[in-house]
Design a protein around this ligand. Structure first.
Ligand code: 5GP
Length: 123
């Protein structure tokens, strides 16, 4: 099913410069900025500049250059914030079951402390 992109979402507004962000990195295909409500000492969001709702949409429809651009950006951001050593976590919530809040694809980069092992088992 085709995904409908909401051009009014908060990250689209950040990309258009309508609201500010604490920028970490920018390239032709990606923008990275600090999360407004950090879950770890370092918590950066990396987003594609194109209008993609989530990982499912992006992985199906983005160009090779856009995909490479986002992945390269995520690695570069982790190095820029000093997280490559001792390590970090990359996570993307995709859709309702993952509680995705903002409907523009974003990779979370968590770092700055021991992150534990994966996620809780839950029910
Ligand atoms: P999600 O639950 O969609 O994976 O994560 C959305 C993330 O976006 C949350 O961690 C939230 O704190 C962050 N966020 C929401 N609104 C803003 C904003 O206006 N600016 C920034 N920098 N982060 C935001």
């Amino acid at each position: 099913m085709a995904k409908t992109y909401d051009t009014g979402n908060i990250f689209a507004r950040i990309l258009r410069g309508e609201i500010p962000c604490k920028k970490v990195y920018e390239s032709d295909h990606a923008l990275a900025f600090h999360d407004i409500n950090p879950q770890t000492p370092t918590h950066v969001l990396v987003i594609p500049k194109g209008p993609y709702v989530d990982w499912d949409h992006f992985s199906a429809e983005a160009s090779e250059a856009e995909i490479a651009g986002l992945i390269r950006a995520a690695g570069e951001v982790a190095r820029l914030v000093g997280a490559a050593e001792p390590g970090y976590r990359v996570l993307s919530n995709c859709g309702e079951a993952a509680h995705q809040e903002v409907p523009h694809l974003h990779l979370h980069i968590f770092a700055g402390r021991d992150l534990g092992r994966m996620i809780g088992k839950g029910e």
